[in-house]
Ligand binder design. Structure first.
Ligand SMILES: [Fe+2]
Ligand SMILES: [Fe+2]
Length: 370
């Protein structure tokens, strides 16, 4: 986990504040760092992906691609008169640090999608897949660019060109790309819409204008998720075989628990939004699970009595790992090993919570419903 400790000392002018922020936040280094919790960049077996045949889902596929081609959000990611003045100077230093961390992490995640989709398109020859990927990389480039514009206002934009070259890439087999990408797109949708709806009801907590853009934004993520749902539908084994069900369960547990730990590292950010983090995360899981029934035959029981206690254990263990790493030395290494074992045990307990079995419907396409 990153050190998000806040810069100290009041800034007396805009220029001084900008100098202080750009000294304190090396956002490109923050985005490049590879840790358990940071968004990663992925690479895969592009030839295998290129062999996908969408014939079994052709009708839904054509309808989805026609919608993406029409580019409903073409003009959306531009600052308008709605973009109020941002008072970076008046922001509490801890909130500012956590908010910048949130923006950098979101920008990295969006850009990670852009890089992966662009590379898949560049290596591919399958016209259906290439067309889809061109729309998806277009959208993610806009999303990452828009967040980076918000960071640029505080003079702490991420150097995305450098990131593409410097960031380590993690290899995932295509089926793992489907599970992980589908989930991250649908979770992205659920996160954006939950914050948007919350701030719609409590506009006094909207401390930055970017949140006003989340509604149309989340529809892009929803469509991206739909595309991956269709890809998984082309081969029923991907979601129905015994082993793959175990993998889906693993990805659900990993993605949900990572989100919990990441969000709980930003208490001031969520307090400023007026959001209880436990409530917010459970709400996002609930929405994501309801949507994921369209394609996944198993779902995590987030109301199980072991769910929240083990998420909290995992969070505490990961904070201890972080502290031990910073302490260094032999003592630090020992404490790190012990905390890692506790985190692994908490993860195993989460993984072993009995899942709910569901029957995905015959038709797969959904519309955003929240
Ligand atoms: Fe996105
Ligand atoms: Fe997306």
């Amino acid at each position: 986990m990153k050190d998000t400790s806040a810069p100290t000392g009041p800034a007396t002018s805009h220029d001084e504040l900008h100098a202080e922020l750009s000294d304190s936040f090396d956002t490109t280094a923050m985005a490049t760092e590879t840790t358990l919790l940071n968004p990663r960049f992925y690479t895969t077996d592009f030839d295998e992906m290129d062999r996908i045949d969408v014939t079994p889902v052709r009708k839904d596929w054509d309808a989805l691609l026609a919608q993406m081609k029409s580019d409903p959000n073409k003009g959306h990611f531009k600052k308008t008169a709605d973009w109020d003045h941002v008072d970076w100077q008046g922001m509490e230093p801890r909130l500012r640090a956590e908010f910048i961390d949130f923006l950098v992490s979101s920008c990295t995640a969006e850009f990670s999608g852009c890089v992966l989709y662009k590379e898949m398109k560049r290596r591919g020859t399958n016209p259906d897949i290439c067309e889809l990927l061109s729309y998806m990389s277009r959208d993610e480039a806009r999303h990452a660019g828009f967040i980076n514009d918000a960071l640029r206002e505080a003079v702490v934009a991420v150097n995305l060109g450098f990131l593409t070259k410097a960031k380590k890439y993690t290899y995932f087999r295509p089926k793992f790309i489907y599970y992980a990408t589908y989930l991250s797109e649908k979770i992205g949708y659920a996160r954006y819409i939950t914050i948007y709806r919350h701030l719609e009801a409590h506009p006094e907590h909207r401390f930055h204008p970017i949140f006003k853009w989340f509604k149309e934004w989340c529809n892009d993520e929803f469509s991206h998720g739909e595309a991956f749902a269709l890809l998984m539908r082309t081969d029923p084994k991907l979601t129905n075989s015994f082993v793959n069900k175990l993998w889906i369960r693993f990805f659900l547990t990993a993605v949900y628990s990572t989100m919990w730990v990441r969000d709980h590292a930003r208490p001031d950010f969520h307090a400023a939004l007026g959001v209880d983090i436990d409530w917010y995360d459970q709400e996002v899981y609930r929405k994501t699970s309801a949507i994921a029934r369209q394609v996944f035959p198993v779902e995590i029981d987030i109301d199980h009595p072991a769910w929240l206690p083990n998420l909290r254990r995992m969070d505490a263990a990961m904070r201890d790992m972080d502290a031990a790493k910073r302490a260094g030395g032999l003592g630090g290494r020992l404490r790190h090993a012990l905390a890692s074992a506790r985190a692994a045990l908490a993860f195993a307990r989460l993984y072993l919570i009995p899942v709910r079995h569901t029957q995905p419907p015959v038709s797969v396409r959904l519309e955003p419903a929240y």
